[in-house]
Ligand binder design. Structure first.
Ligand SMILES: Nc1ncnc2c1ncn2[C@@H]1O[C@H](COP(=O)(O)OP(=O)(O)O)[C@@H](O)[C@H]1O
Ligand SMILES: [Mg+2]
Length: 232
């Protein structure tokens, strides 16, 4: 199927078996996301947002349906190839930051490049650049515990960006933040998006979703609405 979208999902389904019962978590999601877009996926808790995010992020596989990335249909069978594509194409940001507690900000941000096979001295200048870009030039040697929630999330954003991914996937990125830090993080997303990075933001908050260019509403594993942020 031809598409010029960066990401295309066709009738994506995901179910789990709990005992003998099949639980249908995603019930046929079809969606196109274009390069440079800032998309919010909005839905209540339990609607399947994280399940969808994990498939978009290639860390989980659908039960059926197809996922086309950059014009190529993804085969979820080849774990090794999938991991390689994920490492290059996707930057993740989570609600709980998921930083490594024993490593300082710089070391956390270097990590994806080390995994990719860079030597530390090759990785370091990229990590420094990203930490500067998120406004943390003066916090590079701090460990996560020595940073505020908002600062930790900015380290996580720098880590997500250091490999120059095509897409930034953020699952409830402001869920653990106070309103000031939430505003800072949303402002940073807007800046990054204006520089060209595609952002997919998952949230249960209408206020957060409103910052995006397009909002897809998900309920019970189905897309039930798509609209512009002026709708609310
Ligand atoms: N591994 C699993 N096995 C069974 N059910 C699951 C599993 N993971 C998630 N679910 C169920 O899928 C539904 C959607 O979960 P999730 O995608 O985390 O929703 P959201 O992120 O929108 O809150 C929930 O009802 C959850 O209990
Ligand atoms: Mg979730």
């Amino acid at each position: 199927m031809k598409t010029d979208a960066l990401i295309r999902l066709d009738n994506l389904r995901k179910s789990y078996y709990v005992g003998k019962h099949e639980l249908e978590i995603l019930q046929g999601i079809s969606l196109e996301i274009h390069e440079g877009e800032f998309l919010a996926i909005l839905g209540p808790s339990g609607s399947g947002k994280s399940t969808l995010m994990n498939i978009l992020g290639m860390i989980d596989r659908p039960t059926s349906g197809t996922y086309t990335f950059n014009g190529k249909m993804i085969s979820f069978e080849d774990d090794f190839k999938l991991a390689g594509l994920r490492n290059k194409a996707i930057g993740f940001i989570f609600q709980k930051f998921n930083l490594l507690p024993k490593f300082n900000a710089l070391e956390n941000v270097e990590m994806p490049l080390l995994i990719r096979g860079y030597a530390r001295n090759e990785a370091r200048p990229h990590a420094v650049e990203q930490l500067e870009a998120v406004g943390l030039a003066d916090r590079m040697k701090h460990k996560p515990m020595e940073l505020s929630g908002g600062q930790q999330q900015r380290v996580a954003i720098a880590r997500a960006l250091v490999g120059k991914p095509a897409v930034l996937l953020a699952d409830e990125p402001t869920g653990n933040l106070d309103s000031k830090s939430e505003a800072d993080v949303m402002k940073l997303f807007k800046e990054l998006n204006s520089k060209g990075i595609t952002i997919i933001l998952i949230t249960h908050s209408e206020d957060v979703a409103r910052e995006a260019d397009r909002i897809v509403v998900i309920r019970d594993g189905k897309i039930c609405d798509t609209h512009s942020p002026h709708h609310f």
